[in-house]
Design a protein. Structure first.
Length: 370
């Protein structure tokens, strides 16, 4: 099978390429080598396997997309602008790359249909995760008010003020997008599933939780939180943690994510589904920052807890991965301990420009922190 990966020169895309090549697939990648991710003078990254046919192009370019689809049997759609905070002020850019780019791909597929389509969705589409009250009642449509956040009351509460306990978020939980990025990812998911169904293309959406691993763009202050923490620590700066640092997330190895994409291409029972891909194990953001510092030998550099809320962020969200197991045969194989050991080894040989303070000032100036 010949697979096209959009965004294939990026962090996740290049790992998906590796996974597919190991399994005997032929791989083509299209990527615009966006400067924020790849640097100002970007060229084909050295980490991209030589066997990958690389196309330097933008998913919004109709001719480039139609050309890239020539002769392929399946598409993995990863191309997207990523970042909750930045999406709240670069609204047109995120909507264009994520929404228009996907629309161009869908129109191109109407002319050059494929046998499989897998799209990268995001846990961000849930907004807050799933919660349970003390009486066992599940709450899947909650959010925190601006007044509550301004008072530093971080936990999610029911209408009667009772604090709710987070539980694993399942796919049946309704979408409650809280950022432009989340909205654009939901658009990507639904557009692919709708168009895939209409055109008879078996389509799967993978809702990725916080993915980490080698090749993350360390100098991009809007990338994954572990990469941001890594850039801070490499420059001997304290990782910035919003709120009180006790918010829980699900960190999943990029190797497990790449495996999930291969499984989605091969599954005959997953078509039409949106499926969580995570580790299924929560950890607080503050604990993660400290563990990374310890792994890098920077134990004395403690996280800086800002006591601020970043507009678009949620309190707790971690994955229920039972559907991935049943529909894909997916099992998260890399523990956080194992993943951090490898990530630390990779980080130790990297250089990173720490632009986090600049990004924080940008958010403050635009009223996007509380």
């Amino acid at each position: 099978m010949h697979v096209l990966i959009t965004g294939g020169a990026g962090f996740i895309g290049s790992h998906v390429a590796d996974e597919l090549l190991r399994s005997g697939y032929k791989v083509r990648a299209i990527d615009n080598l966006r400067g924020q991710v790849h640097g100002p003078n970007a060229k084909r990254p050295a980490y991209l396997d030589d066997r990958v046919e690389f196309v330097h192009g933008d998913v919004r370019d109709v001719r480039a997309m139609e050309s890239a689809l020539a002769g392929v049997d399946a598409v993995v759609h990863l191309a997207a602008a990523v970042g909750v905070g930045q999406s709240m002020y670069e609204i047109a850019e995120y909507t264009s790359i994520n929404g228009l780019g996907t629309a161009v791909l869908m129109e191109a597929l109407s002319k050059r249909p494929v046998s499989r389509l897998v799209v990268a969705s995001s846990m961000s589409i849930y907004g807050e995760g799933l919660y349970k009250a003390s009486d066992g009642t599940l709450h899947d449509d909650v959010e925190r008010s601006r007044k509550q956040l301004a008072a530093g009351d971080w936990e999610v509460r029911a209408g009667d003020g009772q604090a709710l306990a987070p539980v694993p978020t399942r796919e049946s939980k309704r979408a409650r997008v809280s950022s432009i990025y989340a909205l654009s990812k939901y658009d990507q998911e639904r557009m692919c599933l709708i168009c895939g169904s209409a055109r008879g293309i078996p389509t799967v959406a993978l809702r990725l939780f916080n993915t980490y691993g080698p090749r993350q763009a360390l100098s991009n202050p809007y990338t994954g939180v572990l990469a941001i923490f890594g850039a801070r620590l490499l420059n001997k700066n304290r990782p910035l943690v919003f709120e009180d640092g006790k918010q829980q997330r699900d960190f999943v190895s990029v190797y497990d994510v790449a495996n999930a994409f291969r499984l989605a291409l091969e599954s005959d029972v997953a078509r039409g589904h949106a499926i969580n891909v995570g580790s299924g194990r929560p950890i607080t953001v503050r604990a993660l920052a400290q563990r990374l510092a310890d792994s890098l030998g920077c134990s004395r550099i403690e996280p800086q807890v800002t006591g601020k809320h970043r507009v678009g962020d949620v309190r707790h969200c971690f994955a229920d991965v039972r559907q991935a197991k049943s529909l894909l045969g997916y099992e998260p194989r890399v523990t956080l301990e194992e993943g951090l050991r490898e990530y630390t080894k990779w980080l130790s040989n990297q250089q990173a420009a720490d632009r986090v303070d600049d990004a924080s000032r940008e958010l403050d100036a635009r009223g996007l922190t509380i």
